[in-house]
Structures are given as structure tokens and as C-alpha cells.
Design a protein around this ligand. Structure first.
Ligand code: XBP
Ligand code: MG
Length: 224
């Protein structure tokens, strides 16, 4: 079936956002007086747990602390506020080829969707800061982390995006940066193009329709 919709992951795919997330986590931890500071090495390991709240909970378990001592949702709200402020201050740009790919898709009348583990405010801030318009005006469907019971690598967020598009998986193409994201897309029955990001290079992308260094290196026929 011809491609009718493109479904994009956000973090690491639309933009190299994870360093900014890491900075926002550390600023939230400092503001709470927790003395935690995630290094790049810590974060690469913790990123295999998708979802910021789940990632904090994993850290609490790893340091052997009592989870009851922490208000993780409140800590994550502080982090999200810091992250969106950093994005709104212009700290991030789209990855090479992403804006052109969105333009090409729109010119061809393809429908656009988001399927992400991140929080909705983060998507709104990123698209407003990089494309200068509300995310809901660029993407017909926005399926985000808290919209589904199970985060990636579970297929839930991609299945929700397909349901809201009213399309079968065979009519859409997914774009991802991580093995967890690829697994989620494949489990939803989607073909998936992968471009590794700074925290996912070296992961196993078996099953990807193709793996490219950057999305500006895509075969023009990929939207056929
Ligand atoms: C990547 C994630 C998110 C972000 C942090 O999402 O796993 O958890 O790291 O965002 P994507 P939150 O599916 O877009 O690659 O703190 O809002 O979870
Ligand atoms: Mg990602």
C-alpha cells in the first residue's frame, strides 16, 4: 500500500534533545536539593528506560533509596518546566533533513503524526521553537508518552497514532532514532527508518527498513 502518513518519534529523531533533557533532569534534582547529577555515561545507561518518570524511579531503585521519600511526578513536572524553558530559549534545532522531509510530505499531501514517549509540553515547545507554529498545526495526530499505558518498546503509542489516523500500519512509515523506538514501531507492524542519535549510536537496529546517518540522506523514493 502506498505511504499515506509519516509517523515521527520526537527525542533524538526530530532533534538531538537528550542532552537538554539530561540538563533539565539535573537542574530539577539540584532545585530539589537531592545531590543527584546524571553524567553522560549515567544518562546513556538510564535512557534504555523510556519515560522521564520511569527513568527517575529506576535511579531511585539503583541507589537503593526508598521511593516513598520522593514525589517523582512533582520532580518530573519541575524537569519538564526546565526543559521547555530551555527549548523556548532557542537551545535546540531540528536534525538535518527533518524540516525538508516535513515540507516534502506536506507538498505530496501525506498526513503527519507524532508517536513519542516524551511529554506533550515538550513536543509543543520543540515544534513552536523550531517551526514557529503549534505542533497540532503541523501534525494531525500527536500521541505522547502519558497517552498510553505502556511506553516504548511497547507498540501502544504507535497503535494509538494509527488508530487516530484511521490507517493500517501498511499505509504509514515510522521514523526513529533508538532500538526501543524501532522495536515499538515494528511491534505495531510499521516499516521504520532509523537515524541513530548521539545517545543511540551503536544500538542494534535489526529490522529497520533502512538506517541512515542523517535524515537528509534519505532515498527520495522512500515516500513512494
Ligand atoms: C524519549 C524518551 C523520553 C525523553 C524525556 O522519547 O524516552 O522519556 O527522554 O522526556 P522519544 P520525558 O520516544 O521521543 O524518543 O521526561 O518527558 O519522558
Ligand atoms: Mg527517540
Amino acid at each position: 500500500m502506498a505511504v499515506q502518513a509519516l509517523i515521527f518519534d520526537v527525542d533524538g529523531t526530530l532533534a538531538e534533545t537528550e542532552e537538554l533533557h539530561r540538563r533539565a533532569f539535573n537542574e530539577a534534582f539540584a532545585a530539589a536539593g537531592l545531590g543527584w547529577n546524571w553524567s553522560r555515561g549515567d544518562y546513556r545507561r538510564l535512557l534504555t528506560t523510556t519515560g522521564g518518570k520511569e527513568r527517575i524511579a529506576r535511579h531511585v531503585a539503583e541507589i537503593g533509596a526508598d521511593p516513598a521519600r520522593f514525589d517523582i511526578p512533582a520532580l518530573h513536572r519541575t524537569k519538564t518546566d526546565r526543559y521547555t524553558a530551555l527549548v523556548q530559549a532557542g537551545a535546540i534545532a531540528l536534525r538535518p533533513g527533518i524540516a525538508a522531509l516535513i515540507d516534502r510530505a506536506q507538498a505530496r499531501g501525506l498526513r503527519l503524526a507524532i508517536a513519542t514517549t516524551t511529554s506533550r509540553p515538550n513536543v509543543d515547545a520543540l515544534i513552536a521553537a523550531t517551526l514557529g507554529q503549534p505542533a497540532a498545526r503541523v501534525f494531525e495526530v500527536l500521541a505522547c508518552g502519558d497517552d498510553v499505558p505502556r511506553k516504548k518498546p511497547a507498540p501502544d503509542v504507535y497503535l494509538l497514532a494509527l488508530e487516530r489516523l484511521g490507517l493500517p500500519a501498511s499505509a504509514a512509515l515510522a521514523f526513529e532514532d533508538s532500538r526501543n523506538g524501532l522495536r515499538a514501531a515494528l511491534a505495531a507492524g510499521l516499516r521504520c527508518i532509523v537515524s541513530p542519535s548521539c545517545y543511540t549510536d551503536g544500538e542494534d537496529f535489526s529490522g529497520a527498513a533502512s538506517v541512515v546517518d542523517e535524515f537528509d540522506r534519505l532515498d527520495p523514493g522512500v515516500l513512494a
